[in-house]
Design a protein around this ligand. Structure first.
Ligand SMILES: [Zn+2]
Length: 468
């Protein structure tokens, strides 16, 4: 971190004085090309500076350039006035040297102030990098939003977005990614324990916070979440049903929550979860992507306060049951719903996280997962999962006995070849049993009574599951 700050300081100082030098020379003629040939090393260093900062559109450079231009305007004007007596030229020379001295002092002070501000910005940016890798938190910011789309969008958020655009996604689409999401917090007692479980397992999650829960007391756990690489997202300011409020109140609820997160954790949420999942009819009015879920753990139904008479064993059995259900249903790209305000959820997290990792999943933030799978999140879009295309359209089944389970039709077509356009050999009734010999490209090669052919693997359920 210190090295980065030092580099930033050095480079911004260098950049400031380089820019100043350029602006002073430019008025007499276009010296940019000449300079390259006159002093190749300087030109090389300029390119180096631009690489560090991006193009000269960088704000620091623009501001410094602007200052330098204003300050050197008088000088440019006097250099064009070539007439006048020797004495007046002499006087003008003295005057100009004095002026230049003042300008240099002023530029030095301005540069130092800007460098200091830049170093501070670098420090606070670094503090958000939860896993101690450069830009790790930045990657949680999606790159696809149009700037200004989002309520509470700020200049700093836009600059971070620009930085992200140049970075590759943190995870690859080859990885099995899952996003754990926690709603309704923060609640320091339970949220902090969940964060420790995530940290111990080298995992992160997305916290959809309720804005009015943020205060000086809860800000520490919120910042801890950011430090641990977690994503902070919007769950409105007062947990209001977005379908039952006026347009202006809805906008206010969303903006106030974003502002609160920005104030207490210095990040701006880019995702929204509608309280209760109630978004229908107002998608176009929220100005943020709406994140729903694939699997509801129903932790809220099993919280201790609602189950006071159960024994410790019954409580543990419920946790085991939920973990087992999640493991059966989950697939890469899924979003799992929990609430970080219950002790029950702390224990559920302790049991679930290591099991998911055991199955080869990586637990990442919602933004990281969608970015890795190449799904662009758009304001007003509703997202339940980020399952990779192949997983959804091409199911695979192992050889064995299966039951036909089709809800859209009373029978399933048995075809002579792979593909919906091939000849139908027989119609297999819903609930009938088939034997799968092999599976390819989402199609299963099966035998059914005296027939043999292909059916879509989408409509096959393992025989045992149906029997239970
Ligand atoms: Zn909620």
């Amino acid at each position: 971190m210190n090295e980065i700050i030092l580099t930033c300081l050095k480079t911004s100082l260098f950049s400031a004085f380089r820019r100043f030098g350029f602006e002073r020379r430019q008025p007499s003629c276009n010296l940019n090309n000449q300079k390259s040939s006159e002093n190749p090393s300087l030109s090389g260093r300029r390119i180096f500076t631009e690489r560090i900062f991006g193009q000269p559109r960088h704000k620091t450079q623009q501001i410094l350039g602007g200052f330098a231009s204003i300050l050197t305007m008088g000088e440019r004007k006097s250099s064009r006035e070539n007439h006048g007596s020797d004495y007046s030229i002499h006087l003008r020379g003295i005057k100009r040297r004095k002026m230049m001295k003042k300008q240099k002092n002023f530029i030095s002070i301005v540069s130092l102030i800007l460098c200091f501000a830049f170093a501070l910005a670098a420090c606070s940016g670094g503090a958000q990098n939860g896993k101690e890798t450069v830009n790790s938190d930045d990657s949680s910011l999606p790159t696809s939003f149009a700037e200004g789309d989002l309520p509470g969008d700020t200049d700093s958020a836009q600059e971070e977005t620009l930085t992200v655009a140049e970075n590759p996604p943190k995870y690859s689409s080859d990885e099995k990614l899952i996003a754990l999401t926690y709603d309704d917090g923060p609640y320091t007692k339970t949220t902090s324990q969940i964060l420790e479980v995530l940290k111990e397992n080298d995992s992160s999650a997305t916290f959809f916070i309720v804005g009015n829960r943020l205060n000086d007391g809860t800000s520490a756990v919120l910042k801890q979440a950011v430090d641990y690489g977690c994503e902070i997202a919007n769950h409105t300011y007062e947990h209001k049903n977005l379908m039952k409020v006026t347009d202006s109140e809805r906008a206010q609820q969303i903006k106030a929550a974003n502002d609160a997160v920005n104030e207490y954790a210095d990040v701006v949420p880019v995702l929204l979860r509608a309280p209760g999942g109630n978004y229908k009819g107002v998608e176009d009015k929220v100005g943020m992507p709406l994140i729903q879920w694939t699997i509801d753990t129903e932790d809220w139904r099993n919280k201790d306060a609602s189950n006071k008479s159960r024994t410790a064993e019954q409580r543990q059995a419920k946790i085991d049951e939920i973990v087992s259900d999640v493991l059966n249903d989950v697939q890469a790209g899924d979003i799992i719903l929990m609430h970080d305000i219950y002790n029950f959820t702390v224990d559920l997290t302790k049991a679930l996280v290591p099991k998911l990792i055991e199955q080869g999943y990586k637990l990442v933030t919602v933004s990281e997962m969608f970015e890795a799978y190449g799904v662009e999140l758009e304001a007003g879009g509703v997202y339940r999962h980020a399952r990779p295309e192949s997983a959804e359209s091409k199911p695979s089944v192992e050889p064995g006995i299966y039951t036909v389970s089709i809800s859209s039709d009373p029978t399933l077509n048995l075809r002579d070849k792979v593909g919906a356009g091939s000849v139908v050999l027989a119609e297999i009734p819903n609930g009938a049993t088939v034997t799968v010999l092999q599976c390819a490209d989402g199609w299963a090669n099966v035998t059914y009574n005296e027939y043999a052919g292909w059916v879509s693997a989408n409509y096959l359920k393992p025989y045992k599951t149906v029997e239970q």
